[in-house]
Every structure is written in C-alpha cells, then in structure tokens.
Design a protein around this ligand. Structure first.
Ligand code: ADP
Length: 396
C-alpha cells in the first residue's frame, strides 16, 4: 500500500506542532506544502479583533521576499470574499491569453482560516500564468488551510491560558491582600480601642504614668494605621502612574547617610556599615528615593533581625549601584521572583506587613528609569541591588 500521502500529512503536522515563533512555523509549513502544491505567492490574512479589518500575518513572494508583506494587497479582495462567503474561492482569468502577457495573469485560490474558534481569516495563493486549480490541488490546499487553522487556534488557546494563569495569580494576591490588610488594620485598631476604653473607664483611675503609657501606645498605633493606609493609597497611585515625582539634583551618598542616621536613631543597637563612593549627582526625587532606602532598611530590621546591614554605593560606567546586604535567613528561591509583586508576602512570614513595600520601591525606581532586584542565599542572607542611570548631562 502506498503510504506516501500519510507521510506527507505527517510531515505537515510535525511542522505545525513544532516550536518557534508563529511566523517561522508558517514559513516552514508553507515551504513544506509547496512540495505537493505549486504556487508563486502566498498571503495569510487574519481579522483584527478590534477593527475587524484583515491584517496580513504572513506573506511570501518568490523573488521579492523583502517587500512581500507590503505587496500582499493583491490577495485582499479575494480574502474578503472568502470571509463573506465562508468557503473557498477560485478566481481565474476569463480568457487565458496566449501572448507573453500570460505570465502576468493571476490564478487565485482563497481558503477560509479559523482562529479563536471562529472563521476570521483567509489563506490566498496565486499562480502566475496558471496552471488552473484542479480538485486535487484544492484538496491539498484545503488540508493546508485546516492545518494552519489548527496552528492559529492552538496559539490563541495558549495565549489565553497564559493570561488566565496571570489572572489567577493576581486574584490569589488580591485574596492574600484582603486577609493581610484586614489583619493589619484590625491589630492597631484593637490596641487603640482597648487602651482608649480603659482610659475612659469611670470605675478605674489611672496614675499619670500609666495614662501616658497608654496614650503613647494609642499614638504609635494610630501612626501605624495611617502609614498603612498611606501605603495602600500610594501603591494604588503608583499603579495608576498618578504619583507626581519632583526631580532635582541629588547625591545618593548624602541620601544614604541621612537615611542611615535616621534609622540608627530609631533602632539604637542596629549595626550599619556604609561603604559609599562619592557619587555624581543625578536627577531624582529625594523624598521617594529616601523612602526606598528606608524601606530596605526596615525590611532588613524586620526580616533579618540581629543581623548587620552593609550598604554600598559605587559607580560603574553610567550607572550608580546601591546595595543593601544583610546576613539574615534569606528568601526562598521560589519567592525571590515574586517579592516585588503588589501584595506578595512570603507565606511562612510571621513579621507583620502588607506586601506593598517592595512593590512601592520597584515603582519608584522604575519611574527613575532604574532597576531593583534581590539575590539571596537561604540561611546566609540577602542583597538588594538598585541600579540608577546617571543622566545624560551629569550635574556636578
Ligand atoms: P512586607 O514587608 O509588607 O511583607 P515587602 O514588599 O516589603 O512587604 O516584602 C515582601 C516580602 O519579601 C516580605 O514579606 C518578606 O518575606 C520578604 N523580604 C523582604 N526583605 C527581606 C529581607 N531583607 N530578608 C528576607 N526576606 C525579605
């Protein structure tokens, strides 16, 4: 039995199932199809989801490959007709000429293509000067169009699947956030309510020292609450890109010194060492940059308790690189790519937080055209890196 047709179909399937970007697969596929089905030019059209107009996804013109896509307007008319009639169409010259002009006469074959579960494209072949399309030719071309549709369908599904995965992760983060935030809001509120109720009790009289102690707790917890609310609002503003930045000449070494002095006065026994090169001034928002550094300090205090913190600053080419290193427990490898996501917290984490701090840091650094990332070895510590470009015109 002759199994040649099957091995040919098999080969086409293999190309369709192959890896690579869509253009490359289509190109390989049409080259394979050309072994059994003769054509000069080919164009693939798909409807644009929003405008509904036909867009050229791929076009190949023998000998004119470079401008193939610009030239592929020749197939547009028949492609539109195929879409309207929902079937294959053949357009051949009415009176085949015997003259030399013959080679300019186009024999067109248009076939419907499906993607996204609906008929929304066409595959158009042209032969110059014939031969006419026989039933057998049409059968092979139809098989080609069907297989190409499989490719488009599959790619559309894959894309949808990826989007779904991202959406699921987003929902998970939102859910985690709701439970974190309600806990975070409730804790300070509980303190405020508890201590103020105690102070207001008429059956108890508190000495002045105790009253002061209670009021201090209420004051601190109110600050914590307002910081939390500010963070939530700020992350929303950063996400919608409506947080204004005030750029001015800034020396990072000076900001790092300032912030570390503030942090040292807040955490008296904190071991901070600075290794700062005097740096070129850059255009940056001093308040926001200080906020990023402060966040990295407080994270190190929270998540690497008792550890020394080493802060570095150096210039490498046209970049300033700031590093914050601690010798804490580190971050699990699977969490490392996620810690800058909005609301993300390491699940086993006991320290309080909202998962907004590093997200805010990332947005601020990116608004300065910089990058922020972390490297960590569990059990040994974590280093946060910030890379900021020195502006084209350095300010001295
Ligand atoms: P939050 O501190 O509110 O949880 P962040 O966005 O600041 O949110 O941090 C996200 C997560 O990254 C934290 O939950 C923590 O698990 C982890 N993390 C941040 N800094 C460090 C650090 N220096 N060492 C270990 N883990 C850290």
């Amino acid at each position: 039995m002759d199994n040649q047709p099957f091995s040919y179909v098999n080969e086409l399937m293999k190309v369709i199932n192959g890896r690579g970007d869509t253009r490359m697969v289509i190109e390989k596929f049409l080259a394979a199809l050309r072994r059994e089905f003769v054509f000069d030019n080919v164009a693939t059209y798909l409807q644009d989801n929003e405008t509904g107009t036909l867009e050229i996804v791929y076009a190949r013109a023998v000998g004119r490959a470079k401008n193939a896509e610009a030239d592929a307007a020749w197939g547009e008319d028949i492609a539109n007709q195929v879409l309207a009639k929902k079937q294959f169409l053949i357009q051949e010259p009415e009176t085949p000429s015997k003259s030399e002009d013959r080679v300019r006469q186009a024999y067109l074959l248009g076939l419907p293509l499906r993607a996204d579960g609906i008929l929304n494209g066409a595959l158009v072949f042209v032969r110059f000067g014939g031969p006419v399309y026989t039933d057998e030719h049409v059968a092979v071309a139809t098989l080609g169009a069907e297989l190409l549709s499989v490719l488009f369908e599959r790619r559309a599904w894959r894309k949808m699947n990826e989007e779904l995965g991202e959406l699921k992760q987003q929902i998970q983060l939102q859910e985690d956030f709701v439970s974190t935030i309600s806990h975070e809001l409730r804790t300070p509120l509980g303190f405020i309510k508890g201590y103020s109720t105690s102070l207001l009790r008429e059956d108890t009289s508190w000495d002045e020292e105790t009253q002061k102690e209670f009021l201090t707790i209420i004051d601190e917890e109110a600050d914590r609450l307002s910081l939390l609310i500010e963070n939530v609002l700020e992350s929303a503003r950063l996400q919608s890109k409506t947080l204004p930045l005030r750029f001015q000449p800034l020396r990072l070494d000076a900001v790092l010194r300032d912030v570390s002095t503030r942090i040292r006065s807040r955490y008296k026994n904190l071991d901070v060492s600075l290794d700062l090169e005097a740096s070129t001034a850059i255009q940056a928002d001093g308040v926001r940059i200080a906020q990023v550094f402060e966040n990295l300090f407080t994270n190190a205090v929270k998540y690497a308790p008792g550890s020394a913190i080493i802060v570095g600053l150096k210039q490498v080419g046209h970049l300033l690189i700031v590093t914050f290193t601690d010798r804490g427990p580190g971050i699990p490898a699977e969490s490392l790519p996620l810690i800058f996501e909005r609301f993300y917290r390491v699940r086993s984490e006991k320290a309080t937080g909202t998962g907004l701090g590093l997200y805010i840091c990332k947005q601020i650094i990116e608004a300065h055209r910089g990058k922020i990332w972390a490297e960590s070895t569990p059990g040994q510590g974590t280093t946060f890196f910030i890379e900021l470009p020195i502006n084209q015109i350095a300010i001295t």
